[in-house]
Every structure is written in C-alpha cells, then in structure tokens.
Design a protein around this ligand. Structure first.
Ligand code: PLP
Length: 366
C-alpha cells in the first residue's frame, strides 16, 4: 500500500525525453541540461548523474553554490552558471564552473584574477533581464581582448516567448539580433566555441536557431509547453500522497481555516498530508486545484493549510489510507498549474525539501 507524500523521479522518463530532444537537433549540436533550482524541484544530483550517464554535453545552474554541490558530488560535466553573483566568483576557478558574463561589473571582477577561465558572454536581445546590449559591444570587445585568460567558450542569449506563436515575430527579431550581435563581437575578438540561444520551446519551434548548443530544462522534465508535442514526452516527476482521514459534513459545516468554504449539502471530504509548506500554495485552494483519487478528480475545498489540504470526495468511493495522485505521467502537472493560473515551472520548483524523493533508476543496459 501507499506511503506518505512522495515525489517519484523516473530516470527512464528523463532518458526518454533526452533522446527525444536529441532527435530534434543535429548530431553536431551539443545539448545542455538545465538543473537549476534542484533540477526544477526534483533532485539535482540524481538528474545530473543520470544526464551525465546518458552523455549530456553540458549542465547549467543558476547560482554558484548549485554548481559547487554538483562538483562536490563528483559530477565532471562542464557546468555553466547562468547568474553568478559578485561575491562568489572565486569559486568558479576553485570548482571549474563556467560563468555567464552578463555585465561589465562581472567582467571587471573576473579580469582581476589572471588565471584561465572559460566564460560565456550573455547578450540581451529582448528579454531585458541579463546581458550586454548592442551599444556595449565595442567596449566589451576591448575588455575581452585585454583579458586573454578569459577563454571565449560561449556566447548566448535567452528567448522571451519561444513557446508563444503570437510572439513569433518578436522571437525572430531576437534571433536576428543575436546573430548580428554575436557576429559583431566575433569580428572584434575572434569567435566563440559555442553559440547558443534556444531553451526547450526554442529547440522544438525554431530549428533554424539551434547553433552549436541548445539548453533544455522543462523538456527534459517532460513538459514541451505545447499540446501537440506533449505525447512525445514523459513527465519525470510524479507526486503522490495518501488519505489521512475522511469526514462526513452536514450542511452549514465549515471546511478548514476561516471557513473559506461551507458545506451546502451533505459532503464527504478527505484530508491529505500535503500543504503550502510542501509547495502546494494557496492559489490551488477553493477548487482551483485538486487531486486524483481512484482516477477521479477531487477538488481542493477551502484554503490550503501549511501541512494539509482537504478535498471533496463526496462522489468518490475511497477509504482512509488510499493512494492519492497530485500529478503523475498521466495526470499532468502543467494542467494542475494551469487550472490555478500558473505554469508547470512554478508548481515543480516550489516542491519543498520536506517531500521525500524516491527514484526509478535507469534500466540496466546489461
Ligand atoms: C532556465 C533557463 C533555460 C531553460 O529553459 P526551459 O524553458 O526550461 O527549457 C535555458 N536558458 C536559460 C538562460 C535559462 O535561464
């Protein structure tokens, strides 16, 4: 029978998604797996080890400590750090991490230590979050030429709306800007080994923009951000919980804190051991989210509590101790997220450390 709340991570699903993404890119295009934020709320070590075993070319994290944790666990794959902070730069050398260099402040700090370091130059082409602008390129070229210890390993930018067909013109503008800016900088400084622009939706929707390397996060975890493609991918993480207790309510009985919902007729509700401290935030309350019990939808009733939710099981045959699916490979996390007005990325990365992770290993090739 089922245990308590747990997140099951399926390395075979990850391997499947890895192969699907490889099949969408040319053989010479390198693939980078994004494992920031606990590998999208799962387990970055498990994911990094599995991807390394599968032959991934690169990994990326957001912050330096995430990269250190991977190195300390024995991951040898090249690691790109997307958003290094100024007080952590020495660790890039100590742990063999490759920074995305997005500002003159970072560049100046890096040029002070005269030891070889592979770097990736980040260009702002329209997301307006991180990166050098067109006007910066002449000065940037000078700096790079004066800092030969900073190896020009990569040049990258990031798309703002690659999943949204209504924004395709904007995306094509970003692609053109990236091409022009990277050409200009290459003329000033010599070329870069890896030119890279695409995230998952970029990979799937803009094959002409793959360049030397592509970066996938959400696709590896099984969510291509596209209903037409979702059958090709398998969700990596499945979240299960259990029925702790069942209550039978009379009309007028309130449910949970602040009596946010009140039974209008006789009702049967189930209490589950998962709450906002586990990452199921209050936005899923009041019926915006729900769970699956014996394959039937049971909406959350009342407010989400810190450690529990209550769900409506009036019409569902079930008992205390029964297994509950929050999301799995069939009942998708992106749909649960969408029902509450958010996205798979936010639901997944919110899943807290309190939830026990369990693992389905890669199939033994022998
Ligand atoms: C998070 C991130 C990605 C991965 O995006 P997905 O949509 O999850 O594939 C790629 N590149 C950068 C710069 C990122 O910050």
């Amino acid at each position: 029978m089922s245990g308590h709340t747990r997140l099951v991570l399926d390395a075979q699903a990850l391997a499947h998604n890895y192969r699907v993404l490889r099949s969408k890119t040319a053989p010479q295009t390198a693939l980078l797996g994004v494992v920031k934020a606990m590998a999208y709320g799962s387990d970055s070590l498990f994911v990094a080890r599995t991807l390394a075993q599968l032959g991934i070319d690169y990994l990326a994290v957001a912050y330096v400590p995430e990269g250190i944790a991977l190195r300390e666990a024995g991951i040898h794959t090249p690691i790109l750090v997307l958003h290094p902070q100024l007080d952590q730069l020495d660790e890039l050398w100590n742990y063999c991490l490759e920074p995305s260099v997005y500002s003159f402040r970072v560049l100046q700090a890096l040029s002070a230590r005269k030891e070889q370091l592979p770097i990736h130059i980040k260009l702002n082409t329209g997301l307006n979050r991180l990166g050098f602008d067109r006007e910066d390129l002449a000065q940037l070229g000078q700096y790079l030429n004066q800092s030969p210890h900073l190896k020009r390993t990569g040049i990258l930018s990031h798309l703002a709306a690659s999943e949204d067909p209504e924004q395709d013109q904007y995306t094509r503008g970003q692609l053109a800007e990236f091409t022009a800016m990277s050409d200009e900088l290459a003329q000033l400084t010599g070329g870069f080994t890896y030119k890279h622009l695409c995230n998952t939706s970029g990979i799937l929707r803009f094959p002409e923009a793959h360049f030397d390397l592509v970066r996938s996060g959400i696709g590896l975890y099984g969510y291509p951000n596209d209903v037409a493609l979702e059958q090709e991918f398998i969700p990596f993480a499945s979240l299960y919980t259990v029925i702790s207790q069942i209550h039978h309510l009379k009309p007028g009985n309130g449910i949970g804190y602040n009596r946010a919902e009140v039974a209008k007729q006789p009702m049967k509700i189930a209490t589950l051991p998962i709450g906002h401290a586990d990452g199921i935030s209050r936005i899923y309350g009041l019926g915006k989210g729900g769970v699956w019990i014996n394959d039937q939808w049971a909406p959350i009733v009342g407010n989400v509590c810190m450690d529990m939710i209550m769900v409506n099981v009036t019409d569902i045959e079930c008992a205390e101790g029964d297994e509950v699916v929050v999301f799995d490979q069939k009942h998708r996390a992106d749909q649960l997220a969408e029902g509450a007005g958010t996205i798979s990325y936010e639901l997944l990365t919110a899943l807290s450390r309190r939830i026990k992770r369990s693992y389905v290993p890669l199939e033994d090739p022998n």
